[in-house]
Design a binder for this molecule. Structure first.
Ligand code: FCB
Length: 432
């Protein structure tokens, strides 16, 4: 039987984020947003993982996982400005211990879309003090976890955060203001730089060098009508704004921001130790006179899918393992090891989920063959969970959650993925 063998020591696992799985994250801005009726379903008890983490890690180990990405919740650690909740800090120390005891390599995310309510009330990420406010929280978390954690993610998908919360208005504060959005991006770059320095400075001489990155969402932007110069221009400008600017800032210490000119961040130069990649799909761009990212670029990002899109997820997202491979190969230019911090899908039929995973793992293998230095792969997600504005409808988990009883059931795709994790091999006819 033909099979693909992955590099020795390759890390296999999955990812989650605090607000999406923990439940009752009552001091966060997302919680307030949900209580105000701004989403389909409130997150409520979610997967109750704040209490059930050990049980869930046990399941992950049983599935052969060796890495697990999760996030620490700022709103729990600092529910009131300047008041630190020691019990919450101790909780995350326990979470890391629970992972280590099971030989699951922890990947700790410090910010995954949610903030404390007090932070938003003071202006949120638009406030010039935001990077310092975030840095104080990071300082505390790092002091508690240093030496126990090798892989850190400072900020999850900063430009998705910017777009979703300040352009589309789909999360708190529900803004639709390009200039504010750019101030947020600016402050998130600074916040990343500050967190990078804090994590490295906290290292004691006895510890191995921590590895710090972002989880950067890199959609493969493509023109809707490649023969139309305005679509090509809009695609290139969107790519610069949403994909490349943040990366340039945290690698070169400067970036070009459409309509804003050059931004410089001397403290952020070389502040990625590895590349954390979140990859889901291609996104097709069509120029319109006054589109979503106006005034930077008049483009329409909203689910335009030309004929070349032959397959979609149950959320309507394009499926393109080729674009995943190409993106991984493109990332070689950064000269950094790559960790796939998210890749996954919601398909109503589980066999289609496995088919998605299978083909993306083949693409991953092809990218490695083509010279991409990939350390590991975290499937999004270990469990079905709260999918932001979409509520509990979309189910990304390799483990199904019955939200009424909190029972977990490993899906067939989870068992098949487990075969890969346990053997470090992908069998080519292991398709549904
Ligand atoms: C990513 C987010 C994650 C989850 C997946 C489906 O963009 O980081 O929280 O919502 O999409």
């Amino acid at each position: 039987m033909a099979e693909l063998v992955f590099p020795k020591g390759f890390l296999w696992g999955s990812a989650t984020s605090a607000h999406q799985v923990e439940g009752n994250n009552i001091h966060s801005d997302w919680w307030a947003w949900e209580q105000a009726g701004r989403v389909k379903d409130p997150s409520g008890a979610a997967c109750d993982q704040y209490r059930r983490y050990a049980e869930d890690f046990e399941l992950a180990v049983g599935l052969g996982h060796t890495i697990h990405r999760f996030s620490v919740e700022w709103a729990r650690i600092e529910p009131v400005e300047g008041r630190w909740d020691e019990a919450a800090v101790a909780h995350y120390v326990d979470v890391v211990r629970a992972l280590r005891q099971r030989n699951l390599e922890p990947v700790v995310t410090l910010h995954h879309f949610t903030n404390p309510q007090w932070f938003l009330a003071k202006g949120g990420w638009v406030n010039p003090e935001a990077p310092d406010q975030f840095a104080r929280y990071v300082q505390l978390v790092v002091a508690a976890l240093k030496g126990q954690v090798r892989y850190w993610v400072t900020i999850n998908e900063p430009m998705v955060y910017v777009r979703m919360h300040y352009v589309q208005g789909l999360g708190p504060p529900g803004a639709k203001n390009f200039h504010d959005a750019m101030r947020v991006a600016h402050n998130l770059i600074q916040a990343h730089g500050a967190a990078y320095q804090i994590i490295h400075q906290a290292r004691g001489s006895d510890q191995s060098r921590p590895q710090v990155s972002l989880a950067h969402h890199v959609p493969a932007f493509r023109p809707c009508r490649p023969w139309w110069p305005m679509d090509r221009w809009a695609t290139n400008t969107t790519d610069q704004l949403l994909n490349r600017a943040f990366l340039d800032a945290v690698t070169d210490g400067r970036c070009q921001v459409p309509t804003m000119g050059t931004w410089t961040f001397p403290d952020c130069k070389s502040s990625l130790d590895y590349f954390g990649l979140n990859f889901y799909s291609r996104q097709f761009i069509r120029w319109t006179p006054r589109g979503e990212l106006w005034p930077a670029v008049s483009c329409d990002l909203a689910h335009h899918q030309p004929r070349e899109v032959t397959e979609r997820t149950s959320l309507g997202w394009d499926v393109s393992p080729e674009a995943f491979r190409d993106t991984l190969v493109w990332l070689r230019r950064f000269g950094l090891p790559i960790l796939v911090t998210e890749n996954g899908t919601y398909m109503t039929e589980d066999s289609r989920r496995w088919s998605f995973i299978h083909r993306h793992l083949q693409a991953l293998y092809d990218a490695i063959e083509a010279g991409a230095n990939v350390l590991g792969y975290c499937y999004w997600s270990l469990l079905d969970n709260f999918e932001w504005a979409e509520g509990f409808g979309p189910r990304f988990g390799i483990i199904e959650v019955d939200y009424r009883t909190q029972q977990r059931r490993v899906r067939d795709s989870g068992w098949r993925y487990a075969q890969v994790c346990k053997t470090n091999r992908l069998t080519l006819d292991n398709t549904p």
